[in-house]
Design a protein around this ligand. Structure first.
Ligand code: G1P
Ligand code: ZN
Length: 542
């Protein structure tokens, strides 16, 4: 029987860059998750009799919210929910399942690369029928609804056993527990030349994939070990844990340092990779080299034609604004369009749906293509493997050849985390107000050509998204960008993105931090950001 439960609004349920993210104790408040889920349903129409996909990255509190979501979906009139066994679906797998089964949408329970546990992070994101994150028109409607909500709908049923594949009825709704890996693994098999990759492994190619005790463990084991014949032991930390073993499941040079050390050390593997909490990010390393996400996007785009799915070429390439312009150079050479979008995968959805782009990426270790509507960590790893299998060259040589051909976009991101929110906001608004006066100013030998606040007009639906980062451009094509993170759960995070283009073939192997230091000094001198936020050094450098 459908129950209507009275509730009161919470004022802090505005979705950020990627859904609603809060600490578990916040989500555990009375009706907090229910309010948000009901607000999602209340902001949608036409789902009666349709299918909803529910999945998550297995983090702490997943199981609790999945049961709530199932009951509420039944009460709100969905005919069917598809749930990954154990409540598990990586974010790209959820995107694929939504598309493959023609679902109305999906709820993805994850806080991505943020830590998990009773006092750590949790999140809920709604994805639409194309498999991608809901656009801002929906997320803003959801937020408006959370401010007014007075009741939610649920049914009184026992918990569903999430461990067994099969179907159960909850009132008029069917709950189908599906294999979380099978559909996704099959999709990968369709996109890539598995025979070539199998031959690569059979020839002794060595690889380490760190699943970081997060969702990709079962996916990587099935695909890399079972289907592609990589030796047992290729996948490390492969068992998903609710607290990710106490680590940050963030595949970057800080939290996956051991992989970097491995490829730089003696007996280095040919290739190393990692993915994050929910499986949408990737880290790519080869013997002797870390491939920055911006470079990886450019390299994947330039070599995608070596994989069966992209043999016919790319329609276009999209990158988020803070991502380096390396991919733009590839687009130019290929004679295809390049798009620059705000941060967050949701902005790629329209371009992919309209067939304007095939490959997209973000500097934050996200790369993907039109095969789903999320970034996809294992997809990036498999495309790299496919390219390595065809080219039979080490990663290092491939990257060096790319830089010789296109020049190198030196790039780094400095994160200042847990900054006092008022200080961060004050700095950003002060800088915003002074942008126009920066043009022509000189600092540290660098001349500012112009400065602006990035805004994006979506070429498909004409929507305008403003205030997406403050950019300062310098003569010679260098730039720095200041941007407030939209995914943090405590204080403010300021991200400083720094880029310099180098075409001199003799200057392609500099240390990025050293070569970019003068730009960072100039940015500080021009804006006074370190003093404004009370920080001397960044917390994370990637
Ligand atoms: C961060 C990344 C962004 C990515 C998002 C979700 O968002 O910078 O590229 O799309 O996580 O994975 P931010 O915290 O910067 O808002
Ligand atoms: Zn993620």
């Amino acid at each position: 029987m459908i129950q209507q439960i009275a509730t009161r609004p919470y004022s802090d349920q505005r979705p950020g860059t990627s859904g609603l993210r809060k600490k578990v104790p916040v989500f555990a408040q009375e009706n907090y998750a229910e309010n948000f889920i009901q607000s999602v349903f209340d902001s949608l129409s036409g789902f009666a009799g349709k299918t909803l996909v529910i999945g998550g990255d297995g983090r702490y509190y997943n199981d609790v919210v999945i049961q709530k979501a199932i009951r509420m979906a039944a009460a709100n009139g969905f005919a069917r929910v598809l749930v990954g066994r154990g409540g598990i679906l990586s974010t790209p797998a959820a995107s694929h399942v939504i598309r493959k089964y023609g679902a109305f949408g999906g709820l993805i329970l994850s806080a991505s690369h943020n830590p998990g546990g009773p006092n750590e992070d949790f999140g809920i994101k709604y994805n639409i029928s194309n498999g991608g994150p809901a656009p801002e028109s929906i997320t803003e409607a959801v937020f408006a609804r959370t401010g007014k909500i007075e009741r939610y709908l649920t049914v009184d049923t026992p918990d569903i056993d999430l461990g067994m594949i099969g179907a159960t009825q909850v009132e008029d709704m069917t709950v189908e527990i599906i294999d979380p890996v099978a559909d996704y693994a099959t999709l990968m098999e369709e996109l890539f030349d598995f025979d070539a990759i199998r031959a690569l492994f059979a020839g002794g190619f060595s690889m380490v994939f760190d699943a970081m005790h997060a969702v990709t463990g079962p996916y990587a084991t099935e695909i890399l070990v079972r289907r592609l014949g990589a030796p047992e032991g290729t996948v490390i930390n492969g068992a998903p844990l609710p607290d990710f073993g106490g680590h940050h499941p963030d595949p970057n040079l800080v939290h996956a340092r051991h992989l970097y050390d491995a490829v730089m050390g003696p007996d280095a593997p040919d290739f190393a990779a990692a993915s994050d909490g929910d499986g949408d990010r990737n880290l790519i390393l080869g013997r002797g080299i870390f491939v920055t996400p911006s470079d990886s996007l450019a390299l994947l785009a330039a070599n995608a034609h070596l994989a069966p799915a992209y043999r016919g070429g790319l329609a276009g390439i999209a990158r988020s604004m803070p991502t380096s312009a390396a991919a733009d150079r590839v687009a130019e050479k290929l004679g295809v369009a390049a798009f620059e979008t705000p941060t967050g995968w949701k902005f790629f959805g329209n371009l992919l749906d309209a067939g304007k782009v095939t490959i997209c990426g973000e500097e934050s270790a996200g790369t993907g293509s039109d095969h789903v509507r999320e970034k996809d960590g294992l997809w990036a790893v498999l495309l790299w493997l496919n390219i390595l299998a065809v080219r039979s060259e080490p990663v290092l040589d491939i990257v060096n050849a790319h830089w010789r051909e296109y020049g190198r976009n030196y790039y780094t991101r400095h994160d200042y985390e847990g900054v006092d929110s008022a200080a961060a906001a004050g700095f950003m608004s002060g800088l915003q107000a002074s942008l126009e006066s920066l043009g022509g100013r000189q600092s540290n030998g660098l001349v500012v050509t112009r400065a602006d606040s990035f805004a994006y007009r979506d070429p498909v639906d004409d929507s305008l998204t403003e205030n997406q980062g403050l950019r300062i451009f310098f003569e010679g094509g260098s730039r720095v960008v200041f941007r407030l993170s939209g995914t943090g759960t405590s204080g403010a995070t300021i991200r400083l993105y720094v880029e310099r283009y180098e075409s001199d073939p003799h200057a392609l192997d500099q240390d990025p931090q050293a070569t970019l230091a003068p730009l960072i000094e100039a940015a500080n001198a021009l804006t006074g950001f370190k003093a404004a936020i009370g920080r001397e050094t960044p917390d994370v450098v990637t």
